[in-house]
Design a protein. Structure first.
Length: 503
């Protein structure tokens, strides 16, 4: 198995291309050999000139070593363990070699040329055989968003018999201007993803590897859910944990990234931690909640947001609650866990989301399931059946509505349904400057129609409150910056005039 990395010296650069050897910590003047658990890795330089330098990683894979130590009772024990494509195709074995042979480069360390380690270099990476059952389009889909120009050529099953068609192997060439550490991280994560399998046992340490080498790019990748599932071999518990941690980085609900449902005991423990200080008081405790820990890390913004909403509902003395725009039921299942809420109704326009929510509700104990229901409905159309509830929640909903239709939503919720209290959360656009994965002018979610600053949210809330007879107060949710505010902004509307609510 062969991997080549080529660097071309940019025009006007003071350093020679052969400085690639410093970045890789491998001397271009000699061949170096490294023993691996599965064989031997060689590093050599077919070319090392001032204008262009190419480093080659050659793996000699011993199929016998791959199965050494496995018992005959192992379910995968077969001749396929000895006769397979591992010696010839790029797979997780290449990732292991990158981490062991090019470990310093992968972590971006270079004592001799530290400035070069932080420089984007003109790179060309070539792999003669990459297993990829999704074909060239799949390789394009995972590498192109990272800044690579992708040339993926399907290899024929047998050149002597063209009528047999193409195999599921590609000759892959990547060209781009990136830091070497980033390029190696892309290969480390994505080669096993394209292959769809790993040669070693997966445990929770794989999540840390995925997030460590996916830092700065995976959370914003359009195929992040698919990449995560493939990298973790579809192990549901690992996939969910990884997606939940990615959601923290991107201010998303785990469900939006396709995470499987949490274990109910883990969920209860996390919620109990995040809601500490919310028992019957106002939402002002949110700031302190960010210091609560769940295991070795604090609760995610999504958890803090739900905790803040529940705290606001408790502070309003709400018993019968509407979750408007409930989605797949993330908030519903936490509301139903609190016996203080006697009736909970989720409303959403998406049939698919409601089906998922219903499945989750069916798994609840009967005494809880009797208190919650879901129904389809558009929040821009009044529904008489929603009137008379103590409180309504619009959690991360308004920013998904086209501005010209906000007036209809306002009438439906504040005018027609007219609950005693309405809790609204929405992103604070000012805080977006602190998210490394967001470029200027972009939103946190592709479906957002707008994202408001604190002043814009306050102006909208004040107008709505004055129109429909509600007082309003604001609270921060999540990490708070002294100048930019909190990541999420929350408003609690409390009805002040019964006459306006009945209008």
């Amino acid at each position: 198995m062969l991997l080549t990395i080529s660097c071309t010296r940019p025009e006007g650069a003071a350093w020679p291309a052969s400085d690639l050897g410093f970045l890789l910590h491998k001397n271009p003047s000699r061949i170096q050999t490294f023993e691996q658990s599965y064989g031997v890795a060689h590093v050599l330089y077919p070319q090392a000139a001032e204008e262009r330098c190419t480093s080659a990683l050659l793996l000699e894979i011993d199929p016998v070593r791959l199965v050494r130590g496995k018992s005959r009772g192992a379910p995968e024990f077969s001749l396929a363990q000895y006769v397979n494509d591992r010696p010839y195709a790029a797979s997780s074995l290449v990732s292991v070699a990158i981490s062991t042979v090019f470990g310093s480069a992968l972590h971006g360390r270079c004592a001799q040329r530290p400035e070069l380690a932080e420089t984007a270099l003109p790179l060309r990476i070539e792999l003669p055989a990459v297993p990829c059952r999704g074909g060239a389009a799949e390789a394009e889909r995972v590498f192109a968003p990272l800044g690579w120009t992708v040339d993926a050529t399907p290899l024929p099953l047998d050149p002597a018999f063209p009528e047999w068609g193409d195999s599921h192997y590609l000759r892959l060439e990547l060209r781009g201007t990136l830091r070497l550490a980033d390029a190696l991280a892309h290969l480390y994560v994505l080669l096993p993803v394209l292959d769809g399998s790993k040669h070693y046992f997966l445990d929770t340490a794989e999540i840390d590897k995925l997030l460590r080498f996916g830092a700065g790019w995976l959370a914003a990748h359009p195929e992040r859910t698919w990449i995560t599932r493939r990298y973790l071999a579809r192990r549901h518990s690992l996939v969910h944990a990884a997606l939940a941690r990615l959601a923290e980085l991107d201010d998303r609900e785990p469900e939006e990234l396709g995470a499987v449902e949490e274990n109910s005991d883990d969920l209860a423990a996390e919620l109990a931690s995040a809601t500490a200080g919310f028992a019957l008081g106002p939402v002002a405790g949110v700031g302190e909640a960010t210091g609560e820990s769940v295991g070795d890390r604090g609760p995610s913004l999504a958890v803090l947001r739900r905790a803040a909403v529940i705290g606001a509902l408790r502070g309003a003395g709400a018993s019968r609650v509407l979750d408007l725009g409930c989605g797949e039921g993330a908030l519903l299942r936490e509301l139903v866990a609190d016996s203080g809420f006697s009736e909970i109704v989720g409303v959403d326009v998406s049939i698919r989301a409601l089906r998922i929510a219903q499945r989750r509700m069916r798994r609840l104990p009967e005494r809880q399931a009797q208190r919650v229901s879901v129904r389809q409905g558009a929040l821009t159309y009044a529904d008489a059946s929603l009137r008379g509830y103590d409180a309504a929640v619009l959690m991360e909903v308004i920013e998904h509505v086209d501005p010209p239709r906000l007036g209809a939503l306002e009438h439906t919720v504040f005018g027609a349904a007219a609950p005693r209290a309405v809790i609204v959360t929405t992103p604070n656009s000012e805080y977006n400057a602190l998210y490394e994965t967001l470029t200027a002018g972009t939103f946190r979610h592709s479906d957002h129609r707008f994202e408001w600053s604190r002043a814009e949210f306050a102006q909208w809330a004040g107008r709505v409150g004055e129109t429909y007879g509600y007082g309003v107060r604001f609270e921060p949710v999540g990490p708070e910056d002294p100048e930019l505010g909190a990541s999420t902004q929350l408003a609690v509307f409390t009805r002040t005039t019964e006459e306006m609510g009945a209008a």
